[in-house]
Design a protein around this ligand. Structure first.
Ligand code: NAD
Length: 497
């Protein structure tokens, strides 16, 4: 298939005619399609279309805007399986996970449709009895939505849903690794009745399309989800434009903390899901299992046994637990961190990494790499995001140690604590740095109505999904005097004498 950009309600090629390919990461011979390799001119056309469409979209009833998402949900539900299969083929996510990704996108669309009939502001008390005061939300204008490949349906919906329903117009640049899923989001919103120019799609890479979009002077908010490296660049670009806000959700170095009183079967299962779902390529994946010393030897042994049983293969096969990594760079990064674990003194329990043979040669397949590592504040592998199934098991003695080992990273995204002792869980809740905390669960798993975002290098403190509404709207105060004279707050005189 030949994909297009979607600008001002028209499906168009890039101005330069240049294209790029999307290939199946499980089978590099499988070309999914070609897509426009857009440049700054294409981006400019899309931003101008969004600017032009803004006044009419903003003036429309919030409820009517929401109805586009109700239509969208009906259409997606009909094609749920087809979209899930396309996703598994384009990004290598196991089919069960691809289905969950589409379902999460549906949930986000349902959520934003639902909130349109809930209050869009607050009625606020005033010092003056005759005064009515309100907080009203205003859309900010043009939102640039720049998304990663790993949730190619749900994350665009997290960013587009709140932005559009609140009256902003959007230029959406999906990841160059998942352009087909990006096109599907735009195609279904068009079919759902989004007016021309309200949503624009620009395909391409970070340099050619992402950077000029983030830097465009008519963009008011950049809503970005992706790596810290790119997010920090976007923040710098936005800091130079006084009107522009950057909302960045970035990477993580997450962990599962297993206390001595843990239910060991829950601990092992939570560790397995945290480490290997999406082949370790979730922002909330855990590459660090922090395990109490009394459970440590047995836990290591059992975790390795389970890791050997992980079914790796064709993402479209229902039995597959782990598909391939997304691309060559992802696999190179895993190999780099596997070597670093060796250099930093890791004792290898399971020698994983690049998989050859067994039908794996055509894709970016890897197997789990598991090692024991004593805590060392100098270690980089214990502190940096690998984004692959590279798993350290670290022993600890006291709760203070466990908290220190978890916190010793520049990231602060997700943690899981496995314990039957609510006091231990509470202490972790209070003293660890994170945005998403889970008790007796894996460190993965999102629901759209909860905040999703981290602290430190993981986020800018404005979580996405439901809470993105705070970033894409400006809260205004509107005060109305009902008296026949002016009365001021703070006892301020309102007459000349
Ligand atoms: P990435 O940062 O490489 O790319 C993300 C997007 O940014 C892509 O669309 C890319 O084209 C664009 N981009 C690249 N360079 C750019 C530039 N200079 N200017 C503007 N845009 C640019 O990330 P990825 O590999 O797609 O995704 C993996 C990363 O995303 C991991 O670090 C993961 O932890 C993170 N992530 C975070 C969350 C979260 O909610 N915190 C969710 C999913 C993924």
């Amino acid at each position: 298939m030949k994909g297009k950009n979607f600008i001002n309600g028209q499906w168009v090629a890039s101005g330069s005619g240049e294209i790029f390919e999307s290939r199946n990461p499980a089978d590099r011979d499988d070309v999914i399609g070609t897509f426009p390799l857009s440049n700054a001119q294409d981006v400019d056309g899309a931003v101008q279309a969004a600017e032009k469409a803004f006044p009419a979209w903003r003036a429309m009833s919030r409820i009517k805007r929401g109805e586009v998402f109700d239509n969208f949900v009906q259409l997606i539900k009909k094609d749920h399986e087809e979209l899930s299969r396309l996703m598994a083929r384009e990004c290598g996510k196991a089919i069960n996970e691809s289905r969950a990704d589409v379902t999460e996108g549906i949930h986000m669309a349902q959520y934003v449709f639902g909130i349109t009939r809930t209050p869009a502001g607050d009625v606020i008390a005033s010092e003056i009895a005759e005064k009515d005061a309100y907080m009203r939300r205003h859309p900010k204008g043009v939102v640039a939505a720049i998304t990663p490949w790993n949730f190619p349906f749900a994350i665009p919906l997290w960013l587009l849903g709140p932005s559009l329903v609140e009256g902003n117009t959007v230029v959406f640049k999906p990841s160059e690794d998942t352009p087909l899923m990006g096109e599907k989001v735009a195609e279904y919103l068009e079919r759902a009745g989004i007016p021309p120019g309200v949503l624009n799609l620009v395909q391409g890479d970070g340099e050619g399309a992402g950077r000029p979009l983030a830097a465009h002077s008519d963009v008011d908010v950049v809503a970005f989800t992706g790596s810290f490296e790119v997010g920090s660049e976007i923040r710098k670009i936005c800091a130079e434009a006084p009107h522009k806000m950057a909302v960045c959700e970035m990477g993580g170095k997450n962990a599962v903390i297993v206390f001595e009183d843990a239910d060991v079967s829950i601990a092992l299962n939570a560790a397995l899901l945290s480490a290997y779902k999406t082949t370790g390529q979730r922002c909330v994946s855990s590459g660090k299992l922090i395990v109490h010393e009394t459970l440590y030897p047995k836990f290591c042994e059992e975790f390795v046994k389970l890791s050997r049983r992980v079914n790796i293969g064709d993402p479209l096969d229902e039995k597959t637990f782990m598909g391939p990594l997304i691309n060559a760079a992802g696999r190179k990064k895993m190999e780099y961190y596997n070597d670093l674990a060796r250099k930093e003194g890791g004792r290898i329990l399971l020698e994983g990494g690049t998989l050859k043979g067994r039908g794996c040669d055509k894709g970016w397949f890897v197997s789990p790499f598991v090692y024991q590592m004593d805590y060392n504040p100098q270690s980089r592998v214990l502190r940096e995001e690998v984004f692959a199934p590279n798993v350290a098991i670290v022993p600890f003695r006291t709760i203070e140690d466990a908290i220190r080992i978890y916190n010793d990273t520049d990231y602060g995204l997700a943690l899981a604590v496995i314990t039957e002792d609510y006091r231990k869980a509470r202490r972790v809740r209070e003293e660890c740095e994170y945005g998403l905390g889970y008790v007796n669960l894996p460190s993965i798993g999102a629901e759209v109505h909860l905040p999703f975002g981290g602290v430190k290098k993981s986020g800018t403190g404005m979580p996405s999904a439901a809470t993105l509404i705070d970033a894409v709207t400006h809260r205004t105060a509107w005060t109305v005097n009902n008296a026949k004279e002016i009365k001021m707050a703070q006892g301020l005189k309102a007459t000349l004498d």
